[in-house]
Ligand binder design. Structure first.
Ligand SMILES: [Zn+2]
Length: 251
């Protein structure tokens, strides 16, 4: 059993005993892991204060191949998520980033690009970056990296490019935009303004480096928020805890 090193984001910390805790981490090299941190609660612990939610740290751990816990042997803090004490909406957005990683990724399934996106989104939230586009960009990046990106240009039914109507049909179960013909008989179809789909396309484009400067009209942001929350709930078969708080970001 070799020891592994990685950058990691702290997703969850729970007490295991008086002095130890169990941490769930999203690592760059190995994806999500759950590890025992022995002595983490002691005053002079080998993890110092690196094991806080949303903190980014450099860790060393022993990865066990069976379903027993990994063992964390070292954690050095790279960056703490400081926005928490400043601004409640930034705190909620940060919680949401880790909730998405927790719920949508599997154990020991690495996604380094998703790790890098989460790392830079948390840094931008912690700084002064605009919350609404950061959250939307991260959701769309997560969907793309994990292979769940809805179709935003071509009809999911027939593959034809969806026309230039003012309103576009989006099939929540079908997984993307639908043309007039294919929307018939589909369940859970919502009609949104075409600006909503356009904004989604721009924010989802991995080549686009200027997304952070987009000013998203409040109404469009609200519709897009509803659309994505619904889409993610369908995907996971449950509502994410932070969705009810995210609504307030677009109001
Ligand atoms: Zn069609």
């Amino acid at each position: 059993m070799a020891s592994e090193k990685s950058l990691a984001i702290v997703l969850r910390v729970r007490d295991f005993s008086e002095t130890s805790c169990v941490v769930t981490l999203f690592t760059r090299s190995l994806g999500k892991i759950t590890a025992l941190a022995k002595g983490a609660r002691r005053p002079k612990s080998p993890f110092e204060s690196a094991l806080d939610l949303m903190a980014v740290c450099r860790i060393v751990f022993l990865h066990k191949s069976s379903d027993v816990l990994d063992l964390l042997t070292e954690a050095k803090l790279e960056r703490r998520f400081r926005a928490a004490g400043r601004d409640l909406s930034r705190l909620y957005a940060g919680y949401y980033v880790i909730e998405l990683l927790n719920e949508l990724t599997d154990t020991a399934d690495p996604h380094p690009k998703l790790f890098d996106a989460a790392n830079s989104m948390l840094a931008a939230l912690d700084d002064a970056g605009p919350i609404v586009p950061i959250v939307l960009r991260f959701e769309l990046t997560t969907l793309r990296e994990l292979g769940h990106m809805p179709s935003l240009v071509d009809c999911v039914g027939c593959g034809q490019q969806v026309g230039d109507d003012d309103r576009v049909a989006f099939g929540q179960l079908a997984g993307g935009v639908l043309c007039r013909k294919c929307r018939m008989g589909q369940k859970q179809v919502v009609s949104v303004r075409k600006q909503v789909i356009e904004t989604m396309r721009r924010l989802a484009d991995p080549e686009n480096q200027n997304w952070i400067n987009y000013v998203i009209e409040r109404g469009v942001a609200g519709e897009l928020r509803g659309l994505l929350s619904h889409y993610l709930s369908n995907l996971l078969g449950k509502r994410l805890r932070m969705h009810k708080y995210l609504g307030m970001l677009t109001k």
